[in-house]
Write a protein that binds this ligand. Sequence first.
Ligand code: PMV
Length: 325
Amino acid sequence: MNARSITAQASPNIALIKYWGNRDDSLRLPANGSIAMSLDGLQTRTSVAWEAGQAADSLTLNGIPTAGAALARVTNFLDLVRALAGFELHAKVASENNFPIGAGIASSASAFAALALASSRAAGLDLDEAGLSRLARRGSGSACRSIPGGFTEWLLGTGDADSYAVAIAPPAHWDLADCVAIVSTVHKPTGSTVGNTLAGTSPLQPARVADTSRRLDLCRRAILERDFAALAAIVEFDSDLMHAVMMTSTPQLFYWQPPTLAVMAAVREARAQGLPVCYTVDAGPNVHVLTEASRAGQVIEFLRAVPGVRDVLRAGVGGPARLLP
Ligand code: PMV
């Protein structure tokens, strides 16, 4: 145990093959494997100190003391670290994001990856990459993919012990950019933790799950061969397939808004004109538009001209979660 405060930094990630639905909600064991790209330039920094004499965990988010559901989720997560470390101390957690919350960038992924690294290290644990990824998974499924850097694959596994993310290619492997078209910053009505529990209510989910290894193979190969056309085809298909499940769940989850569709149409049009570009949409209305880094300027320009687009954020391919001095 280390009474000193330990600080870790992690990047969010964008899924290229989506995780949607769990086979075990409490362990967050996914219904299907997924592939993602870590996002450079965006990050969460989290400091953790385990304090003797503190009666409960405390949480500060972007400098603001926070209680309620956010603190309860952090406390549930810290219970896992307490169990691993074999003590009952409480922690002081301070977390900061350098990107806007509600921008369609999964802040829970970078948040729980940074929290897993900082809290376990501060507790005197020295977990390896797989161990950290498994721990981060328990906070938010997609967080397990923010432990290794670059292009990552979250292995389905057979249970808690072998469901974690591994790097399939380092950040320098392929210079891609994610241009995030912000069409709304309103907080989504149904977050992904609840959404994931509804996936099984769609009659389309079994077909989506059964087809996963085909999509994973196509996506992995496109990344390893740096084949943008192949990547574009499978990434858009996979995003549409997940949204088909969402739209046909009970209750229905419908995340797209009119500008979401306008961006998708503009991306298809730009691709038809020869630009290497494709879209993918998470559990919200904003659109992640992927391209080769050398074309990002052009992509941002055409995205800004789409009616309903308020802003465009740009990210490159990010590195692994790491400790800060
Ligand atoms: O990790 P969660 O519970 O935030 O779920 C993430 C779900 C999606 O972002 C929609 C897909 C994914 O694989 O990241």
